[in-house]
Design a protein around this ligand. Structure first.
Ligand SMILES: Cc1cc2nc3c(=O)[nH]c(=O)nc-3n(C[C@H](O)[C@H](O)[C@H](O)COP(=O)(O)OP(=O)(O)OC[C@H]3O[C@@H](n4cnc5c(N)ncnc54)[C@H](O)[C@@H]3O)c2cc1C
Length: 380
């Protein structure tokens, strides 16, 4: 997709920042599994922590295409930093802005949009991943308070976030319509962050359990109407899938960058690797996959901003870009041969990182179900 100068200039700005400030740390974050605390003030300064929120609440309120480009360019050099950004913006700041009251926006958004703090989204539970309506966490109303009990797992930014949104069953008899969303601050009594996951990829990002043990919150921290939580979180995931698409796209581009650099610089049997036709064919195929993924992601972003229903397009963007990322990193590693199998080059890290895109925010199988459901309904 050909973009205007406005977008390409923005891409260049983020690319330069990513290369100078993020890329030099990517291997260390992965190897040592350390969270990039040092990146957060820099991302904040660039306005990347409040991208989907208006200025009156501390954000920068760019359009979704600009946001997708930012996630793409950061992920091109560091997937871990990419997912930190994606989860924070799409999954925490966005739903608080869209579903929150004026008081909730004023109270909760400024610290995480411009204030340098991070947000987190707790939907998944042991036994309730794809089946998010199978939530077991409960919230029982006592006067004007709610008492929350339960466990959430695989939560991005869990140990490092200050603001969380989560779902709990408030009326079991109503199924998905008996699930309500809540906003929580991390220092509440009974709210504990659990074990951090030792992951295959995105190892610089933080993924951990949330435990709620009689956590008491006021009704004013309910996000949206009683029983509206499941729907709110599904709407949130529609947008989140654009950013996971951008994460997969950036990782795919990072793999191609590496394969191109290697093919240009290396020789095999006295012949430059780039001169071999089979390598050229493979580079062309990777590039074609990436270009198609870019079109999917940007089209979904444009659809979201136009106000049209974009559920099918965002599922397609995530699914296609995830699979393009898998393809690109697999074949980039093959082009590098034994070198690709080492930590000297980023492709092996990208190969591990990109797998998350086929799992998080709905697996590839769930995206196919979403796409066909929308087709059969004839809604988009
Ligand atoms: C690194 C990482 C970060 C994450 N961050 C967050 C986060 O910030 N917040 C959050 O809430 N969650 C997060 N998650 C959880 C993630 O969203 C879930 O892993 C995802 O929704 C899939 O759920 P599951 O892993 O329980 O898989 P399951 O639902 O157990 O699925 C297992 C397999 O069965 C298939 N399957 C399941 N149901 C169907 C069906 N109906 N039809 C066809 N196939 C099906 C799946 O596609 C998959 O192949 C994260 C996960 C990871 C790995």
């Amino acid at each position: 997709m050909i973009l205007s100068h406005k977008y390409e200039d923005y891409r260049q700005q983020i690319r330069e920042f990513a290369l100078s400030e993020i890329a030099p740390h990517a291997r260390r974050l992965d190897q040592q599994q350390v969270f990039p605390y040092e990146h957060i003030p820099k991302l904040n300064e660039l306005g990347l922590l409040g991208m989907v929120v208006p200025r009156e609440y501390g954000g920068t309120f760019t359009d979704t295409l600009t946001y997708a480009i930012a996630v793409e360019e950061i992920s091109r050099v560091c997937g871990s930093t990419g997912i930190i950004l994606a989860a924070h913006n799409s999954l925490c700041t966005y739903p608080i802005y869209v579903f929150g009251t004026k008081e909730q926006r004023e109270k909760y958004l400024p610290p995480i949009c411009g204030g340098g703090e991070l947000g987190s989204f707790g939907l998944t539970e042991p036994g309730a991943g794809s089946d998010a309506a199978g939530t077991k966490t409960t919230a029982i109303k006592k006067g004007d308070k709610w008492i929350i009990n339960g466990t959430k797992c695989f939560i991005t930014n869990a140990s490092v976030g200050t603001t969380f949104i989560t779902t709990a069953v408030t009326d079991k008899s109503k199924g998905a319509k008996g699930i309500t969303a809540f906003i929580l601050k991390r220092n509440l009594p009974g709210f504990n962050i659990g074990k951090k996951e030792n992951k295959m990829g995105l190892r610089g990002s933080d993924t951990a359990f949330l435990h709620f043990d009689n956590v008491e919150i006021p009704d004013s921290d309910r996000l949206g109407p009683e029983g509206g939580g499941f729907k709110e979180f599904m709407i949130t995931l529609d947008g989140g899938r654009i950013s996971i698409g951008a994460l997969g796209l950036g990782l795919a581009q990072g793999a191609l960058d590496c394969a191109l650099e290697y093919a240009r610089a290396s020789e095999e049997g006295g012949q430059p690797v780039a001169d071999r036709q089979d390598i050229q064919f493979k580079l062309a195929d990777i590039s074609m996959q990436i270009e198609a993924a870019r079109n999917f992601v940007y089209e979904a972003a444009l659809a979201k901003d136009s106000g049209m229903k974009f559920t099918r397009l965002s599922a397609m963007a995530k699914l296609y870009a995830s699979e393009a990322g898998h393809y690109a990193s697999y074949w980039a590693m093959q082009i590098l041969g034994d070198e690709g199998y080492t930590e000297r080059y980023p492709v092996e890290r990208i190969y591990r990182d990109v797998k998350l895109c086929e799992i998080g925010e709905g697996t590839s199988e769930i995206q196919r179900l979403v796409i066909s459901r929308e087709l059969l309904k004839g809604t988009s």
